[in-house]
Design a protein around this ligand. Structure first.
Ligand code: SGN
Ligand code: CA
Length: 503
């Protein structure tokens, strides 16, 4: 018959763009208080915006391992950035795509310690990578220096792969993994002067006293106490020292001479003014906050421009109708909420991660999607989109029905979270917990045994730990049952106690 002779509809391509530490507060499609991100907004405006999108473990390596395996940390065994090496022989969704005829590539930040497996092409930065003239590890395990600013370079290489290096007979899945917006927020030279006139509003809970939240009280990620004046805030001056000064020098010394000159010239009057004023207390805290916000915003600017370049390329090549474009981050971040930078905690700003998508023809959802989703769902979704049946051992579930505009009544009602990197930098205690639409229950364990309960409807900023308060017995019991069910379902051996430490 005629129908049998018709070619099957072309398989979808996937362009997956993931940044590091880019939080929804700093995307205008999520939050209009701070900055404009017109290119990211293009994705959200013609596609979908997930408003309840979360990670399973708010830290780079673990988050990436959850994403690639579709499994919680207990299933992929990449617990933390500091002691783990990703077992690259395990199942990942890029491998499954490849076995099913896809071309796969990853370019940029990798951060899983072992080298990438399961990709037709990869070129990744060692560890965190550098903003200026960064090193890259190539597929034959050479380290090469590439000249330029990292966000531009990763984009150039990604477009080059799509245009010149891939097998165009096959559908593809490309992972564009940026270093931006990671600490220490070194802006591209041409963006240095941006946002200097802007005064960012302080979050309401900038001066949090952490009452009733001992784990929040003992962290080391305070803008006021822990942010390094030289390394983070660029206040380099003869005779001034700081704990991370040497690291800072090693980063800025990578710049070309003319870039370095422009960089030093830009900061000179700010440094001069800063040391002259000799700020203390709240004035110093708020000065640090403004500099942090400005640097972060400048780094976002390069990112947004480069996302625009990728979208323009796909448009010019007529690929948008056939390509799913995903934009997300390895986790959210604190922009001064609770007085903090960094992430790790199961609190909203860092458990949340931005997730917006441009949808190819055939997927009709538009606007906001409110269902609870997590980064373990990305693999199942992409496999499902490619028409590949899902392996049974993945923890995540396919979001494809949501992308078709459906709202399954039996969609999950609770998300599981588990963070392990302690004792370590920023000193956020180990914890696991459960988040439903309305509530969050967290158990901090290891060298502490503290439960926290938040009513996100009445207390979205998570300032009032209501665990143990009269009237919460029933909801607490329900959440504990859900938590245990999830720990059993995902086979997490740590159940209501520090069992992993005893193994
Ligand atoms: C580095 C940063 C930390 C950050 C971790 C993890 N310190 O160690 O501030 O929390 O990365 O970030 S720095 O002095 O080296 O900048 S992650 O996103 O890679 O998990
Ligand atoms: Ca990160």
């Amino acid at each position: 018959s005629l129908a049998a002779c018709m070619p099957a509809s072309k398989p979808y391509n996937i362009v997956y763009i993931m940044t590091d530490d880019h939080t929804a507060q700093m995307m205008s499609c999520y939050d209009n208080r701070y900055i404009e991100t017109p290119n990211l907004d293009r994705i959200a405006n013609d596609g979908v915006r997930f408003v309840n999108s979360f990670v399973a473990n708010s830290l780079s390596g673990p988050s990436r391992a959850c994403m690639f395996t579709g499994k919680h940390t207990c299933g992929n065994k990449f617990y933390d950035n500091t002691t783990c090496v990703f077992d690259g022989s395990q199942q990942t969704f890029p491998k499954i795509l490849r076995e099913n005829g896809y071309q796969t590539a990853v370019i940029g930040k990798w951060h899983l310690e072992s080298l990438p497996t399961g990709f037709d092409y990869w070129e990744v930065v060692p560890g965190q990578g550098d903003y200026f003239n960064p090193d890259f590890i190539t597929m034959n395990n050479d380290t090469v220096v590439r000249k330029g600013y990292i966000t531009n370079l990763i984009t150039d290489m990604s477009i080059d792969w799509m245009e010149n290096r891939r097998n165009k007979e096959k559908p593809f899945c490309l992972f564009i993994h940026h270093k931006a917006i990671h600490r220490n927020w070194l802006p591209e030279i041409k963006n240095l002067a941006l946002y200097e006139d802007k005064t960012f509003p302080l979050p309401d809970n900038f001066y949090d006293d952490y009452k009733g939240r001992p784990a929040a009280a003992s962290q080391e990620m305070s803008i006021f106490k822990d942010m390094d004046l030289i390394y983070d805030l660029k206040m380099l001056k003869e005779g001034k020292d700081s704990p991370l000064k040497e690291r800072y020098l090693s980063y800025i010394e990578r710049m070309d001479a003319d870039d370095r000159k422009a960089f030093d010239t830009f900061y000179a009057p700010i440094i001069e003014d800063f040391y002259k004023r000799d700020l203390k207390g709240k004035e110093l805290a708020e000065w640090k906050y403004q500099r942090y916000m400005r640097d972060y915003a400048k780094v976002v600017k390069s990112l947004d421009d480069n996302v625009g370049r990728v979208l323009d390329y796909l448009k010019e090549k007529d690929m948008l109708d056939n390509t799913l474009v995903v934009y997300t981050s390895d986790q959210g971040f604190y922009m001064g909420e609770h007085g903090w930078f960094d992430k790790r905690f199961m609190y909203e700003e860092s458990m949340h991660t931005p997730l917006i998508m441009h949808l190819p023809k055939g997927l009709d959802a538009r606007g906001d999607i409110t269902e609870l989703v997590q980064n373990i769902d990305y693999g199942p979704t992409i496999l499902d989109l490619a028409g590949i049946s899902l392996p049974e051992d993945m923890h995540g579930i396919s979001m494809l029905p949501l992308l078709k505009g459906e709202h399954p009544v039996n969609w999950r009602k609770a998300l599981y979270y588990h963070f392990y990197e302690y004792p370590a930098e920023h000193m956020v205690k180990r914890h696991y917990g459960v988040r439903t639409e309305r509530y969050k229950l967290i158990h901090f364990y290891n060298d502490i045994d503290v439960w926290e309960l938040y009513d996100l409807k009445n207390d979205p900023a998570e300032m009032y730990n209501i665990y143990g308060q009269p009237g919460t017995e029933e909801v607490t019991a329900e959440l504990k049952t859900t938590l245990l069910d999830l720990q059993q379902q995902y086979n997490d051996p740590v159940r209501f106690g520090p069992e992993r430490d005893k193994e």
